[in-house]
Structures are given as structure tokens and as C-alpha cells.
Ligand binder design. Structure first.
Ligand code: CA
Length: 229
């Protein structure tokens, strides 16, 4: 039995081989594509559990492939991890907003690759818990029913927006979200939230959380991520 079937989309042969070798060694079945068009064809015919998608591809680039995968019913649910170069934060943001699940910056170690693959496959089989269940992570306890937050047993007073922001991120540890995605998710709270005001909210929230504020990580040029426990 394999851990899952992974479609690797990469036009650089040495990177492709390295990724394939490490995935196979760890029990994953792999399929490979070296162009965007081949990737689209294989995503449909093979039905992978995950796509590892290089963004810099000839002809059809990775962002376009991601957009097409997410736009078509038969491939929309397949999680995508982007393989990106340093300094391509704008592309990373665009990819996440199209629907990619995560990204890995080149050059990456096999350990990072396997950890991200495992995390994304796991998050796909376990949907985020229902709305009212209490979230316990690190030393933080978030009770959506009572709208209360405790850090190490001590109650913290948060505004409605801060509460929604914390709950949204803490329910999805390890996921990176762009500011726009966060605004979109917590929209409908007590006052209008813009993408830049998210930064202000995060500063305020971290301050109130004290030492636990460090779990809200800034991902430079991309957005925010709540640290995995
Ligand atoms: Ca490439």
C-alpha cells in the first residue's frame, strides 16, 4: 500500500529526480510531468492525491496550471504545493489566492519536502473541525461557543475581530494565509477589515497573547501562519 500518489511537475530534471527519489523511498507513488500541458493531462488521467507544482515552467506556467486545476471540477479538490524560487512572494500570494495549499522555496531539503507533503495530505483528509468545538493548541484554549480565550488558564480579553483572527489561524496550524484570504475568512465581524488592517490586528493580538503571541508567525511578503504544535 502506498502513502498516496503524487504528481510532480518540474522541468528541471535533477530537481525532478531528487523529488521523485525521496518520495518513492518514503512509500509514495509518483507520476511526473515536465510541462504545464502534460501536468494538466496527467492530473486528469492519473487522479493524484497531491500535485507538487513548479511555478517556472515552459509554455503554460505553474500559476496558470494551478488556476486551471482549481477551475475544473474533476481536479479542483486535489491539493497543490507550489515549488518556488526565492524572491517570488508575489507569485506565492497569487498561487495561494488561486487555491494552492502551500509552497516550498527552492532549494529545499528532503526533510522539508516530506514534512510539507505529509501535512497537506493529512489536512486534506481531516477537514477543519466544526465551528463550535474548542481549539487547544500550545498553551492556548479557544472556545468559539463562549467566545473566550485562555492562555495558560488565564482569560484574555479580545475584540471580536481579534478573536475571529486567532480562531481562524489557530484552527489551521501550519497553513499560510495571505492577508486577503484572512480578510475574506473573518469578514462579517464587528467592523470592516482591510488587508493592511490585518497587520494592525495581528500586532494588537500578539500583544494581548503575551508570550503566546509568537505562535502567530509573519511570513514575509506572503502573510501569516500559526505555528504547528
Ligand atoms: Ca522550473
Amino acid at each position: 500500500m502506498t502513502q498516496g500518489k503524487i504528481l510532480i511537475v518540474e522541468d528541471e530534471e535533477d530537481v525532478l529526480e531528487l523529488v521523485r527519489y525521496n518520495l518513492q523511498k518514503n512509500g509514495y507513488a509518483t507520476e511526473c510531468a515536465m510541462t504545464g500541458r502534460e501536468a494538466m493531462r496527467k492530473a486528469r488521467s492519473v487522479g493524484p492525491d497531491l500535485v507538487l507544482l513548479d511555478l517556472m515552467l515552459p509554455e503554460l506556467d505553474g500559476l496558470e496550471v494551478c488556476r486551471l486545476l482549481k477551475a475544473q471540477a474533476e481536479t479542483a479538490a486535489i491539493p497543490v504545493i507550489m515549488l518556488t524560487a526565492k524572491g517570488t512572494e508575489a507569485d506565492i500570494v497569487a498561487g495561494l489566492e488561486i487555491g494552492a495549499d502551500d509552497y516550498i522555496t527552492k532549494p529545499f531539503s528532503p526533510r522539508v519536502l516530506l514534512a510539507r507533503v505529509k501535512a497537506v495530505l493529512r489536512r486534506n483528509e481531516a477537514p477543519v473541525e466544526n465551528d463550535k468545538s474548542v481549539i487547544r493548541i500550545h498553551d492556548i484554549e479557544i472556545d468559539p461557543g463562549k467566545h473566550r480565550v485562555h492562555v495558560r488558564g488565564k482569560q484574555i480579553d479580545l475584540t471580536s475581530t481579534e478573536f475571529n483572527l486567532l480562531r481562524f489561524l489557530a484552527a489551521r496550524p501550519g497553513w499560510v494565509f495571505t492577508r486577503y484570504q484572512i480578510v475574506d475568512a473573518i469578514h462579517g465581524s464587528d467592523y470592516p477589515v482591510t488587508d493592511r488592517s490585518i497587520d494592525v490586528q495581528v500586532v494588537g493580538l500578539r500583544k494581548k497573547l503575551g508570550a503566546a503571541g509568537k505562535y502567530i508567525e509573519t511570513v514575509r511578503g506572503v502573510g501569516y501562519r500559526f505555528e504547528e504544535a
